[in-house]
Design a protein around this ligand. Sequence first.
Ligand SMILES: [Zn+2]
Length: 389
Amino acid sequence: MSKTYKLSGALLVDADGERRSDLYLRDGKILSVGPVEQPFDEELKLDGLSLLPAFIDLHTHLRDPGLTYKEDMESGMRAALQGGYAHVCAMANTKPVIETPELVEANLRKASRLRLCRLTQAAAAGVGLKDETPTDREALSRVTKLLSNDGQTIFSDEFMRQLLLDSRSYGFLISTHCQPERKIVRRDLQLLALTGGRLHIGHISHRETLEAIRQAKAQGLRFSCEVTPHHLLGHDSAYRVNPPLRSLEDTRALLEGCRDGSIDCLSTDHAPHSPQDKAQGMAGISNIEYAFGVFWRLFQENGIPLSRLSQMASQTPARLLGRNAGLLRPGMDADLVVVDTKAVGVLREQEMVSRSHNTPFGGEKLLGRVLYTIVEGEIRYAYDGRAGL
Ligand SMILES: [Zn+2]
């Protein structure tokens, strides 16, 4: 017998806006939203709290298989759930590189056994993450919606052109990594104008990149892009991430891009490393469990509403992945997050649940605390009352 759950008393926030209403769940879906009373089996009282669609991260590193001393699927997904994420897109730069349908399916099976987050396992666009020999994109597109060479920039124009054409034929989304950023983003936008295709520009960092994106959108080109918490918060720092942290002016421009809709998505690029690997200069930051606290603090400080955050962290990623999720509407998947938007926390690296604690942001103020993360109608994370995050 399936149960009906009533979530009462919360402020509902999604890309449609804010309203106070009850919400009912059944069979892993949103049954109804609104004042009409339904019979229910259990009630979760959420007075004073906000209820949003759970977050979807288009860019995560779980390091599984092969690099699990940095993170594994379970530790990464537990960190994601703590951060309010119900769905992560794991990058393919594992050992071995995820470049066959069998490897994608092995990770999907592992995720369904874990019953933590939903998983999109990205596959490599080129064998060995190189811009030389294409992977079997037709076969891969049957098991994943996302192709990416992740940290390896696609320098070959011909490789990129064919990848865009294949994304049209097979329907997958291409997530790019662009260094040098401005040059490669401009090249990709020119190619997109010629070929069409499904382009998603990964983790932009520079205000001039944002300008190129604004111009291309104004000319009617259709594509999406994302920004990370560290590129919105961090600047003038030698802490190693790719692309690097830029200037205060860049962070301000990127926040303006969030406000005006030029930037489509909030992604984390959660990139866990061991202390030894980090000491040897590997680029990356562990951030998925506190990403919301950074995003919401910066949005609040800059007068950007929570509904816009929800659009960028839930609705738009859901649309790009073809999911029936990301809004609080009847019939949508019951992937939800309950937050206390007023709770102030401080990031303490030693308390992080990710296997990796690499971050330069220890001691930073965080705004908003995730109290529950609900996936497929099940509470898979509940805040345990600790003082930290
Ligand atoms: Zn990455």
